[in-house]
Write a protein that binds this ligand. Sequence first.
Ligand SMILES: NC(=O)c1ccc[n+]([C@@H]2O[C@H](COP(=O)([O-])OP(=O)(O)OC[C@H]3O[C@@H](n4cnc5c(N)ncnc54)[C@H](OP(=O)(O)O)[C@@H]3O)[C@@H](O)[C@H]2O)c1
Length: 360
Amino acid sequence: MAVTAAVIGASGYAGAELVRLLARHPHVELRAVAGSSRAGEPLAGVFPHLRGVVGLTLEEALSPAVWEGVDFVFLALPSGASAELLPRVLSRALERGTRIIDLSGDLRLPAELYEAWYGRPAVDPAIRREAVYGLAELFPDRIRSARLVSNPGCYPTAILLGLAPLARAGLLASGAVVIDAKSGVSGAGRGVTLSTHFGEVNENFLPYKVGRHQHTPEVEHVLEQLAGRRVTVALTTHLLPVSRGILATLYVRPASGDGAPGGPGGVPEPEDLHRLYREFYAGRPFVRVLDPGVFPAIKQVQGSNYCDIGLHVDGRSGWITVFAAIDNLVKGAAGQAVQNMNLMAGFDETAGLDLVPLYP
Ligand SMILES: NC(=O)c1ccc[n+]([C@@H]2O[C@H](COP(=O)([O-])OP(=O)(O)OC[C@H]3O[C@@H](n4cnc5c(N)ncnc54)[C@H](OP(=O)(O)O)[C@@H]3O)[C@@H](O)[C@H]2O)c1
């Protein structure tokens, strides 16, 4: 059985990546794409790599071609734009049986956190209540029956997959989680800004949004659900001079104990930590827990839906170090959205996502 789909925001990076994946998905007919300032242009003119792959022209976001007779609509719009569009389309879409996957940050947080970190009014609470957080490895059952999915942020995807086994095992202590995360420049979207143009990024490496990255409350909010108590993290994001990829290095001091390896409540033995992760992700096709002493690299996940996780137990300092690598546009955005659609539609979770990483 096939489903029909449309992508709004297809003239942006995440939307174009959705088009790339949906165009070759075995159970999807891509019916429509929409843009904003580029509406009216052929998509292959906006993104020449899609020439001969998709012959569609960019519609307006509210065009009937996008919404009528379509099973899944993906919103790949900037945060704020989704919140404006959803009240205008959601109830009619749900009546028609159209399900929506939103890639923005507009549905991921409770209103007070959203307003504090995004600096704009939150979406209507009824819409936010309808939304299910779409981290497929953690909440597959909720996603299967959802009508509106809020796709996670790119950093939170890597960070939460890296920390979830520790959170569930009660090993996260508040105030003892340090997150050092780096992203390639496509994470900022296709729009040109001073901080993302070639001369600023090439051969450079710097922190940004220090102490105020909007993914901080998203990480804490989900960790709280997993750990069953409040977890505060110290998160710093950095801009890498590469197009794609996120590497998050996560430093964790276990919740209790004297820190002695293998001691009660202390740092786990390395083999116990590896077993915890392997068991947690058993049967999850996109998380690759690497062997002891092997660590991930962004190049090894580029173009794929994988999240690679490496683990290190530092018995000397008493810290656990977790490394998580993803492609921000695939597992961090479009791939994860397709994975969520697969769950919602009852397809094999890997359909259309059998992507071998590009190398070198
Ligand atoms: N880039 C990533 O790695 C990544 C990862 C995870 C999540 N996300 C999220 O995905 C969303 C899209 O990100 P992106 O990187 O693809 O951004 P982008 O490259 O800047 O693309 C934004 C898209 O939204 C359209 N748009 C802009 N303002 C609009 C408005 N007011 N109404 C309707 N359409 C509007 C643009 O259309 P025109 O170009 O035609 O004007 C474009 O198609 C964001 O919410 C982002 O946070 C991105």
